[in-house]
Write a protein of this length. Structure first.
Length: 276
């Protein structure tokens, strides 16, 4: 049976492993088909594709796009995309430009609270194209301001804390349009992590489908069987294809390993059925 993992991250965004090391670890974990879905960029795809040619693994080009929808931040994964598509790349470039501006604002707010050098410090951990909150977390842990990344977010980077800057990302319709233009499938990532009410989540799915979205991540890392059944029911009700992925960021996050998540229920039609 082919083992798919269609959601993970490398050092091209906020992951701990290089694209090559990520591919090698995926093979070690028994993954047969891997999608690299870095945040708001595809810079790691070519290296991952090259590494996959030397391994018994198929690499699916992907991306995870940050979206602002009804005062919430949600993530839309694009699978099997053409990374050379101009519309997609222009959109992603605009998001990354905003990410840099947001990082500067975070650093300024941390400076006001007595923590200097945060922009440069976080930059040491970041890729050339993506500087995010996780990189600030790594810097703050290194400097002894917190014990771990979770502690950093709780004390510094969430609403009401010194380094919090609200995200103003792209809109849902644009994200889905870019993915479709690039020949890919749009997927709502880890839908239960947004802590929405059932009513709001159904509104998100309605808007997503209206925009042309095709799939939802039914199985993801660190998920209870009841949650799996709930999302599978949503997929069936809204006639969405099902995706699955670990959302792996690095070996230190032991709760989220490549290939380690619950299998899709038999009632689900997998997104990869479109690729065969």
């Amino acid at each position: 049976m082919t083992h798919y993992d269609l959601h993970c991250h490398s050092t091209a965004s906020d992951g701990a492993l290089s694209p090559k090391a990520l591919v090698e670890r995926a093979v070690q974990q028994g993954v047969d088909v891997l999608a690299l879905t870095d945040h708001d960029g595809t810079e790691g795809i070519k290296a991952a594709l090259e590494a996959a040619t030397e391994q018994p693994l198929i690499l699916i080009p992907g991306v995870e796009i940050s979206v602002s929808w009804n005062s919430s931040t949600v993530h839309i994964v694009g699978l099997n995309i053409d990374i050379e598509n101009a519309k997609l790349q222009n959109g992603l470039a605009n998001i990354r430009q905003y990410r840099q501006q947001r990082a500067e604002q975070i650093a300024q707010r941390l400076e006001k609270s007595g923590i200097s050098g945060a922009l440069e410090g976080a930059g040491k951990y970041a890729s050339k194209t993506m500087l995010g909150r996780m990189h600030f977390a790594q810097f703050l842990v290194e400097q002894g301001h917190a014990s771990n990344a979770k502690d950093v977010f709780k004390r510094f980077l969430v609403r009401g804390k010194p380094g919090y800057v609200p995200g103003q990302w792209t809109d849902l319709e644009s994200a889905v349009e870019w993915i479709i233009e690039a020949g890919g499938q749009a997927v709502i990532a880890h839908p239960l992590r947004y802590k929405m009410t059932g009513t709001k989540l159904r509104r998100l799915i309605d808007d997503f489908k209206t925009a042309g979205g095709q799939a939802i991540e039914v199985s993801s890392g660190h998920q209870h069987p009841d949650q799996l059944r709930n999302v599978a029911a949503l997929a069936k009700h809204y006639e969405l294809l099902a995706s699955c992925g670990s959302d792996f960021h690095g070996p230190e996050q032991t709760w989220s390993e490549l290939g380690r998540f619950l299998p899709l229920p038999a009632s689900c039609k997998p997104v990869w059925s479109l690729w065969q």
